[in-house]
Design a protein around this ligand. Structure first.
Ligand SMILES: [Zn+2]
Ligand SMILES: [Zn+2]
Length: 388
């Protein structure tokens, strides 16, 4: 079969599954589940894959809501990734219902276009993208061993084939002081909230003097129990992001010193607990992203022309340093910004599903490119690995 015929079959394979994919998307959207608690979404997708002849391992890699699905025994291993976690209070405000179904549809499309002797086709259920870094844990536990290319796509305000994504370090900070009556004997107290506020202000000042391709933001999660008691405990969570790994490490050190400054000034004790799994900046595979972009354009997708600076972070970043990977973004038909209730609403519309189907088709066609065009995978591997 020539490559164009195979791509057409891939696109038709997705179109034939349209109703099923939309049904799955709507069911996940209507039942939002938080990171590592996505029992329903994970079981739903795993069941669909099993029904289509994939060998499915549930609770894969020691994560109850991860799965590993495989079809074919070919020499080239292509993995489609499904995210399906939601956010507290605002549900699927990041549209992971559309990620899950774009990945699922991409795999259906590729399966319809190739022989099981040519491909080892994986669908990986990757929980907990919004929190905890499911892919980082799966990577460490071998989920991507032997994978030649990893493909997924993320809903966003615009279509971008190779979006920059920040690396991120996340910290929980706890200050401990000495409680005392705030009026009777304040001089005997050590104010943990003051320590945290000093640190907060120091970070706010630091922010004036950091590079444009970085971000620092956080919230105070506990600041005392009563206004007439000097707080003996204060807590916060902060995120530090940057596009380059070395600069991220530099910023992390500077933020750490801001936390310590709060303790030094107030006499409180500070504990800074940086999360074990750092999200790495995205290392987009440009040869594969270009192939994806071409395929998506033939389906009518329109890409943002100018470069973007403002972005988020993803645990796909970690995967992208281990195997050639893409993480294109796609618009869902009406302008909305991720992590807002407006995005949640748009993520369940017909327009969003039209986008999801087209993106699934483009992902499937890109899988065909990886199997059929002799040098795409070689170019992806040749250009792979240099740290940012
Ligand atoms: Zn998100
Ligand atoms: Zn997301």
């Amino acid at each position: 079969m020539d490559i164009q015929t195979a791509k057409q079959r891939a696109a038709e394979g997705v179109a034939a599954a349209r109703d099923e994919l939309i049904e799955v998307s709507l069911e996940i959207h209507a039942n939002p589940e938080l990171a590592m608690k996505e029992e329903r979404a994970s079981a739903l997708i795993a069941g669909k894959l099993e029904a289509r002849g994939f060998a499915v391992e549930r609770a894969a890699f020691g994560l109850p809501t991860a799965f590993h699905a495989r079809w074919g025994e070919g020499p080239v291993t292509i993995a489609y990734l499904c995210e399906y976690d939601a956010l507290p209070e605002i549900g699927h405000a990041c549209g992971h219902n559309l990620i899950a179904t774009a990945g699922l549809g991409g795999a259906y499309g590729l399966k319809a276009a190739v022989s099981p002797d040519d491909v080892t086709l994986l669908v990986l259920g990757t929980p907990a993208e919004e929190d905890q870094g499911g892919k980082a844990i799966m990577l460490e536990r071998g989920a991507f061993d032997g994978v030649d290319a990893a493909l997924m796509a993320h809903p966003a305000p615009f279509d971008i084939a190779a979006p920059p994504m920040y690396g991120v370090e996340q910290a929980n900070v706890v200050y401990k002081g000495q409680a005392v009556h705030a009026s009777v004997a304040p001089e005997a107290g050590v104010n943990a909230l003051d320590a945290l506020v000093t640190a907060y202000q120091a970070i706010a000042q630091l922010r004036q003097h950091i590079r444009r391709d970085s971000r620092i933001h956080g919230i105070i999660t506990y600041g005392g129990s009563a206004a007439n008691v000097v707080p003996d405990r204060a807590e916060a969570r902060f995120l530090v992001r940057a596009l380059q790994t070395a600069y991220l490490a530099d910023l992390k050190g500077r933020v750490q010193r801001c936390f310590e400054a709060g303790a030094l000034g107030s006499g409180a004790q500070v504990t800074v607990q940086w999360d074990k799994y750092t999200y790495a900046p995205m290392n987009n595979s440009m040869p594969i992203a270009d192939a994806y972009g071409e395929n998506a354009r033939t389906l009518g997708r329109k890409f943002l022309e100018q470069a973007v600076e403002s972005t988020g972070s993803t645990d796909m970043g970690n995967v992208s340093w281990a195997v050639p990977s893409i993480h294109p973004t796609f618009s869902i038909g009406a302008f909305a910004i991720n992590h807002t209730p407006g995005f949640t609403e748009v993520a369940a519309t017909d327009a969003a599903h039209k986008s999801m189907i087209e993106v699934a088709q483009a992902l499937a066609m890109t899988g065909v490119d990886l199997l059929h065009s002799p040098d795409l995978l070689r170019r992806a591997k040749d250009r792979f690995g240099a740290p940012a």
